[in-house]
Design a protein around this ligand. Sequence first.
Ligand code: TPP
Ligand code: SF4
Ligand code: MG
Length: 245
Amino acid sequence: MEIVYKKSSNFIEAGHSFCPGCSHGIAHNIMMDTIDEMGLAEKAILVYPVGCAANAMTYVKPNVVHAPHGRAPAVATGIKRCAPDKFVVLYQGDGDLAAIGMAETIHMANRGEHVTTIYINNTIYGMTGGQMAPTTMMGQITTTTREGRGLHGEGQPIKMCEMISTLGEPKFVARYALDNAKHVIEARKGIKKAFQMQVEDKGYAFIELLSMCPSNWHLSPKDSVKYMEEEVIKTFPLGVYKEEV
Ligand SMILES: Cc1ncc(C[n+]2csc(CCOP(=O)(O)OP(=O)(O)O)c2C)c(N)n1
Ligand code: SF4
Ligand SMILES: [Mg+2]
């Protein structure tokens, strides 16, 4: 039987600060377990952002670099170009990647740097208390859209996979969700494929993981799963957007 979820040995024994029902723990565990499985821990350099995404940085054994406020692509580019034998993974939330660091993200993808991005889209600025992100759903109430995100003033959610897949250089662009076991298995396969591409020096891969933030969605963990299934996945359809490997 396929193992869906086992704790990666790449974690330091410590408590964590994620809220109940948060997807960061799942995302991080499948990422770290895949690094383990592929024997990449020794050569891995993980580049972390601002936000709850960055909290995981304190729990992992491989080398980490903190490049907050959307600058992970610039830092990761420098590392990979100076040390091409290293295995470089960017782990960024939607506020960090699609708002603060949008320019860096697009240009790194367009250059086709040989690194891997894991993009956690939870439709909100989680850590700072739930402000609107570029990915916030239409009608979603946040601290900066008190009556729900509307067309006039806020525009529609930005869809990163759709945008990045229009560029010439990215080789693998895919979106997965972390709301149930089937989706987690698919996400894990996508992450493994993206990692294998970097091992084989095949170019840039962008993996988006639709994630839950019950605290700022103002829903229970159970209702967050329902919201993900009924609403979020409709706005951000799952699937492979580009594959040239
Ligand atoms: C220049 C700057 N702008 C804003 C912030 C505050 N800040 C810290 S974390 C964060 C939001 C991160 O949201 P996201 O990347 O979606 O991560 P999440 O917490 O949802 O995982 C912001 C705006 C900051 N520290 N510096
Ligand atoms: S605020 Fe949201 S993203 Fe941050 S730990 Fe809590 S559930 Fe996770
Ligand atoms: Mg977020």
